[in-house]
Design a protein around this ligand. Structure first.
Ligand code: HMG
Ligand code: MG
Length: 302
């Protein structure tokens, strides 16, 4: 099968990326980062998370962040909301897309959101209904679709089962997430196909973390399956507070470089993302985790 000619890149750095940073990052820096990413042309930026600040302190400034960003027409600004408390805050902040987040692994569900998979779906039900009632887009993230830090292997049946439940809640998009970055390319097709049997392929996304350096290979394998939505994080920011050792999302600059080389349209300006990566890396006081980002920055400066 020919590779897709066009893909959508969802920039998740401001949320998935920054949520795991130990040092507090000011709302001003987050706002400036999101504005730079908007200017780079992303049609979807995951900007905030309305979760308990005791569980994820870095996201405590989400109200301020959503109030401070410049809304680029045509860009969807998303935020996580695990329960009605989160949903109400997200609605007040005028988030465009509500993200509910479940897992394909019972053990991870307990650690991440303090309830079983079945309970999480019941908690999401009123969130999903209210999001729809308010005309919001609804996305469902499915963590640990390729493996779990607590229980190890995750079956394709478990993936299909939770995809079906998220679909039945009315999700417009569903993310198949490799939370701990353990997938290898041969695993991509069976997992994605189990999801495709339950949900339209054009609304499924691939969310890879690069812990074992496999993310680009897994993205290529997902392109071969026909997936057209990819999540990535500027400068490779990221991790998950409930997945010890999980490093960042695949770096956006690397994904854009790959897509450019393959002649696949993204609508995103790679050089502008390199600049955004330089901006946030300088605030974090460490080099970018993006190989393409570092190479292009060196070239731009020379
Ligand atoms: P809980 O303790 O079971 O909830 O947490 P609770 O309802 O008993 O509430 C306990 C306290 O939290 C109360 O405060 C609530 O008010 C407060 P207290 O009375 O003790 O002062 N609370 C909230 N505060 C603000 N916003 C809220 C909220 N809800 C309750 N929405 C809960 C359940 C889900 C809230 C908690 O477990 C939580 O916040 N977990 C955070 C999970 C998280 O953010 N994980 C990282 C994101 S997932 C991810 O990164 C994976 C993804 O990228 C895909 C992938 O890679 O796999 C999406
Ligand atoms: Mg993630």
């Amino acid at each position: 099968m020919a590779l897709p000619s066009k893909v959508k890149i969802v920039e998740v750095g401001p949320r998935d990326g920054l949520q795991n940073e130990k040092t507090a990052i000011s709302a001003e820096v987050k706002i400036a980062l999101i504005d730079l990413l908007s200017d780079a042309g992303f049609v979807n930026v995951e900007a905030a998370s309305f979760v308990s600040p005791k569980w994820v302190p870095q996201m405590a400034s989400s109200v301020e962040v959503m109030a401070g960003i410049r809304r680029r027409p045509g860009t969807i600004y998303s935020a996580l909301a695990p329960n009605m408390q989160g949903l109400e805050a997200a609605l007040a902040a005028n988030v465009d897309e509500i993200v509910i987040f479940g897992a394909a692994s019972e053990a991870f569900s307990q650690k991440n959101i303090n309830c079983s998979i079945a309970e999480s779906i019941e908690r999401f039900r009123p969130v999903a209904e209210a999001a729809k009632r308010h005309g919001k887009l609804l996305r469902g993230a499915l963590s640990c679709a390729f493996g779990c830090p607590y229980q190890g292997e995750v079956s394709t049946e478990a993936v299909a089962d939770v995809v079906r439940r998220l679909r039945d809640l009315g999700c417009d998009e569903i993310d198949i997430a490799d939370t701990i970055g353990v997938a290898t390319a041969n695993r991509v097709r069976p997992v994605m196909e189990s999801a495709i049997r339950e949900f339209p392929i054009e609304r499924l996304s691939a969310h890879f973390h690069d812990t074992y350096g496999q993310a680009l290979a897994n993205i290529y394998a997902s392109l071969e399956v026909g997936i057209t939505i990819y999540h990535s994080s500027v400068a490779g920011l990221g991790g998950c507070p409930y997945a010890k050792g999980a490093t960042g999302n695949v770096a956006t600059e690397d994904v854009l470089y790959l897509m450019q080389g393959l002649g696949i349209e993204t609508g995103v300006d790679l050089n502008a993302v390199v600049e955004a990566g330089r901006f946030i890396s300088s605030h974090l006081g460490r080099p970018s985790n993006s190989r393409a980002g570092a190479a292009l920055a060196a070239k731009l400066l020379s």
